[in-house]
Ligand binder design. Structure first.
Ligand code: ADP
Length: 260
């Protein structure tokens, strides 16, 4: 379980990115965080794995207080929390399989790090993860020869190979076309359901968020202004989150609403 108790986050430039956040996320939930650009979505997600430190309050992940963890303990926690980015963060000039094997690098002995040898068990785990996202047949292809959607699946496989309990996804479909976006969202949904992995995702395509996530957290100027089931999100709720910002609303090819 992830629990924010009266959490505030202020950056060095005095921007209050998060204000008095109180939220509990149970294991196995699929949560989409929505809100205007600059609302604090990314900050909220990045506090969960300690990428950003909270300024006050408590942030607890499975009984561990994230801010008090150091060195080995924070690395241990991060091993259980996969992170997916908009830009995929892959090593483009090497194979798909090697990109997934990268997830084992922190666990390798010094000698193996130097020689780049991975165990048979690690290779099997990596190949299994590629199979779980439907791209096992691409294992030996160079990453830069894949489509954007396939590259995001490689990133997802790399995360799965580390056997996470939680996946944090920061705008994972922002650079994908609408059809590919849905395919990637299907992967997230399946992984969430079949493997009981919590998914917490920032997303600016509201209709996609409502279709795939079970729970929506709406943030506005660093504060949670909606927290509830996707099916209870009405136009009024959206106006509350986005502040009637019709001018900021874009219509994409598929007619999805994208708030930017
Ligand atoms: P979102 O993900 O909703 O676009 P962010 O969490 O990235 O929002 O940003 C929330 C606020 O914090 C914004 O005002 C942003 O400019 C500010 N901010 C984000 N990262 C930093 C940083 N590293 N240093 C200073 N201010 C930041």
């Amino acid at each position: 379980m992830i629990e924010f108790i009266n959490v505030n986050k202020m950056y060095a430039n005095n921007v209050k990115a998060l204000q008095d956040i109180n939220v509990k996320i149970n294991q196995g939930e699929f949560v989409a965080i929505i809100g205007l650009s600059g609302a604090g979505k990314s900050t909220l997600i990045r506090c969960i794995n300690g990428m950003h430190e909270i300024t006050s309050g408590q942030l607890i992940v499975d009984e561990l207080e994230v801010n008090s963890l150091k060195g080995k303990d924070i690395r241990k926690l991060r091993k259980r929390i996969g992170m997916i980015f908009q830009s995929f963060n892959l090593i483009t000039r090497t194979s798909v399989l090697k990109n997934v094997l990268v997830s084992f690098v922190p666990q390798l002995s010094f000698w193996r790090k130097v020689t780049g040898f991975f165990t048979k068990e690690q290779k099997i785990k990596a190949l299994t993860a590629l199979d779980q996202v439907g791209i096992l047949d691409k294992a030996y292809i160079r990453v830069d020869q894949l489509s954007g959607g396939q590259q995001q699946r490689v990133a997802l496989a790399r995360t799965l190979a580390q056997n996470p309990d939680i996946i944090l996804a920061d705008e994972p479909i922002a650079s994908l076309d609408p059809v590919t976006s849905k395919q990637v969202m299907e992967d997230f949904k399946r992984i969430n359901k079949e493997m009981d992995i919590s998914v917490i995702m920032n997303i600016h395509h509201v209709e996609i968020a409502l279709e795939y996530a079970n729970r929506i957290i709406g943030i506005r100027a660093g504060k949670i202004v909606y927290d509830g089931k996707s099916e209870n999100v009405t136009q009024e709720v959206l106006n509350h989150i986005y502040g009637d910002s019709v001018g900021d609303k874009e219509s994409t090819e598929e007619g999805d609403l994208a708030y930017v």
